[in-house]
Design a binder for this molecule. Structure first.
Ligand SMILES: C[S@@+](CC[C@H](N)C(=O)[O-])C[C@H]1O[C@@H](n2cnc3c(N)ncnc32)[C@H](O)[C@@H]1O
Length: 391
């Protein structure tokens, strides 16, 4: 029975037996920055240190990973911290985190940091005890809230532009076949008018809509691909738009959970001036880009309208934000991917090989055509942005 994409995505990703809540988890199907290299967690640790300093070294500094997968990033961050994070306490799932001991710069960060994963999937059996695992974002966070490749999986509606204006696309969950449904509701029409304007006259009514599947980014063989999905068909089959209102609401809700600190979203996306004319909806399974059939067997994802999300977050944070590339952000955090000097190869061959491997891992994270092209949205709350946004 055809239904709107938003409902189909919700059920296929998060319903009983859904793609993200059962099975091996995201890391079994595609590659994100969190999986690519420990260098990502190392860089985030430097950001955590900046947040800690900006907050005056609070007694409990919380790091909350929203859409945590199977906890890969927090495991790596825990390792980068060097010592186990503060053990989970009974009050972990409720109450403000600022209720800890008074601020103290003399207590090492590793003893004050509290790592919290927020996930719809169940807690992995092998997750270290020191990492909390919650189904909802806790209130009253003092620290860093991070969401890597979360927003692109927040379900959304997809529309097609017809001679009568924007109409919802309906999808058959079993096959992915699309049909044209009702005109969009007023709130969605408003969002589209502001963030994804209708094409110029002459582009209307191209259709019927295709499957929405973008030409696959090269994903030959069994190795996993990152989900940036930069491939585009030569000609659009329809003028489509993906209504980012649900992502705006999700992000504004997340930012609203911070008392003080920084909210960081890392994701692939686009800006108003460069929306893809045919949308970005696609699927991933087993390391390959596949058509976006919402049957629970695969990831279904669409790029994020990051400017709209930033604006929604700013209304809650009431503070300037920064939107830039992962490449710039990681470089500013000291991960530049530079090759080690050749002279090291003669004096310390093993060290040279290690340094080379580390450099190539960072190169993947900063590649502008891949993970380095992801957006970093930094949204400070209740702190001087200067501490957190330095490039
Ligand atoms: C693409 S994966 C990203 C995993 C991890 N952050 C990474 O970068 O590797 C998206 C994850 O977000 C989770 N997720 C989506 N919506 C969520 C929500 N409202 N609350 C908690 N987790 C959510 C999904 O279950 C999935 O594990």
């Amino acid at each position: 029975m055809p239904e709107r994409w938003r409902h189909a995505m919700e059920r296929s990703l998060y319903g009983p037996g859904g793609f993200f809540v059962s099975g091996s988890g995201p890391a079994g199907h595609f590659r994100t920055s969190a999986h690519a290299s420990p260098a990502f967690a190392d860089a985030l640790l430097r950001l955590v240190e900046r947040v800690d300093a900006a907050l005056g070294h609070p007694g409990v500094l919380r790091v909350v990973d929203v859409g945590a997968g199977r906890g890969e990033l927090l495991r790596a961050l825990s390792a980068a911290l060097g010592t186990p994070p503060a053990a989970a306490r009974p009050s972990a799932s409720s109450g403000p985190s600022s209720a800890g001991p008074p601020p103290s710069a003399s207590v090492p960060l590793a003893s004050r940091v509290r790592l919290t994963a927020v996930e719809k999937a169940p807690r992995p059996a092998d997750l270290p005890d020191g990492i909390d695992w919650l189904g909802e974002i806790p209130d009253g966070i003092t620290g860093l809230l991070v969401a890597t490749e979360w927003l692109d999986n927040v379900p959304l509606d997809v529309t097609v532009h017809t001679a009568e204006g924007w109409r919802y696309l309906l999808v058959d969950p079993a096959t992915g076949a699309e049909t044209v449904g009702d005109p969009v509701e007023p709130a969605d029409a408003d969002w589209l008018a502001r963030w994804w304007p209708a094409p110029d006259a002459g582009a209307d009514g191209i259709g019927p809509a295709g499957s929405g599947f973008l030409a696959a980014r090269s994903a030959e063989g069994s190795s996993l691909t990152a989900r940036s999905g930069s491939g585009r068909p030569e000609l659009p089959t329809a003028v489509r738009a993906e209504i980012g209102r649900t992502r705006d609401d999700a992000w504004a809700g997340a930012v609203g959970k911070l008392d003080r600190g920084l909210a960081l979203a890392v994701d692939y996306g686009h800006l108003r001036d460069g929306r893809p004319v045919d949308g970005t909806l696609t699927g991933y399974r087993g390391g390959r880009q596949v058509p976006p059939v919402p049957d629970g067997s695969r990831d279904v994802t669409a790029h994020v309208a990051v400017d709209s999300v930033a604006s929604a977050g700013a209304r809650v944070a009431r503070c300037a934000y920064d939107l830039g590339s992962q490449r710039e952000a990681l470089r500013a955090l000291g991960a530049d991917g530079g090759r080690p000097p050749l002279s090291l190869a003669a004096s310390d061959p093993a060290g040279y090989v290690r340094a080379l491997a580390a450099a190539s891992a960072v190169a993947e994270l900063t590649d502008p055509a891949g993970l380095g092209g992801h957006w970093w949205l930094r949204q400070p709350v209740g702190v001087d942005p200067g501490w957190l946004m330095a490039r």
